[in-house]
Design a protein around this ligand. Structure first.
Ligand code: C5P
Length: 231
């Protein structure tokens, strides 16, 4: 239930970190910076090493383009991909068709970003959204549910709200998690929760970056987070 954000600038640094950890303790999130630099070869390498990969490219485009990009991602065998829910119902429908619902034997999970946590009510207003951020999150989550997506990326603070409208199987993937014992400060994250709090709130997967990637001993850091969650 932990996804480590592999926020490195190049393949060598990413692989040097990966050598220190274990696929039984974490999945890996590859985002725009690393993917733009390292490309599909790195994703394949991580999978060969036994890791499930969340390809965090947050696609947002016309339905046909998003569907095409997702088909390629799925053909790489990644565990999870995402799109912006604000691309609208037809885009989400095309996305779902490009990536059929993952069966028991696996398949790629498709989740949606609702409102970027960097945006507040004022900024949403500037892009023409009159609803509060919270109401917009609820509205876009409903859209993702209606189009049969597997879940959303959201702040741990929004999980409780999402749980009131989503089926139990709907996944919530939450960044902004800081273990009580983190060797680093909160960095640029503001509204943080501990892993145990996030799981208690109903989060399915915790996205954690620097507390693991910058720890002196990443493996130990992962083990500690697991034991904090299970206690
Ligand atoms: O190092 P840290 O734990 O803050 O990393 C969190 C990861 O989650 C980063 O890859 C960041 O881009 C991502 N993220 C986030 N907040 C969001 C969405 C994604 O921190 N709302």
């Amino acid at each position: 239930m932990i996804i480590t954000a592999l926020d490195y600038k190049n393949t060598d640094d990413a692989l040097a970190f990966v050598e220190k950890i274990d696929p039984s303790l974490t999945r890996l999130k590859v985002g725009k910076e690393l993917f733009t630099r390292a490309g599909p070869e790195l994703v394949e390498k991580l999978q060969t090493l036994g890791f499930d990969v969340f390809l965090d490219l947050k696609f947002h485009d016309i339905p046909n383009t998003v569907a095409g990009a997702l088909s390629v991602a799925a053909s790489m065998g990644v565990w999870m991909v995402n799109v912006h829910a604000s691309g609208g119902p037809r885009m989400l429908e095309a996305a779902r068709k490009a990536i059929p619902v993952a069966g028991k034997s696996g398949g790629t999970k498709l989740i949606a970003v609702t409102v970027l946590t960097s945006m507040d009510d004022t900024e949403l207003n500037r892009v023409g959204v009159q609803l509060s951020a919270e109401k917009q999150v609820a509205s876009l989550t409903q859209l993702a549910i209606d189009q049969g997506l597997d879940g959303v990326v959201c702040s741990a603070r929004e999980v409780a709200l999402i749980r009131t409208i989503a089926p139990d199987s709907f996944l919530t993937v939450t960044p902004g998690v800081r273990p009580a014992s983190a060797q680093v400060n909160n960095d640029d994250q503001r509204r943080v929760m501990t892993p145990a709090e996030a799981i208690r709130a109903g989060s399915s997967y915790l996205v954690i970056g620097r507390p693991i990637t910058r720890a002196d001993n990443p493996l130990e850091s992962l083990q500690q987070i697991h034991s904090q969650i299970s206690s």
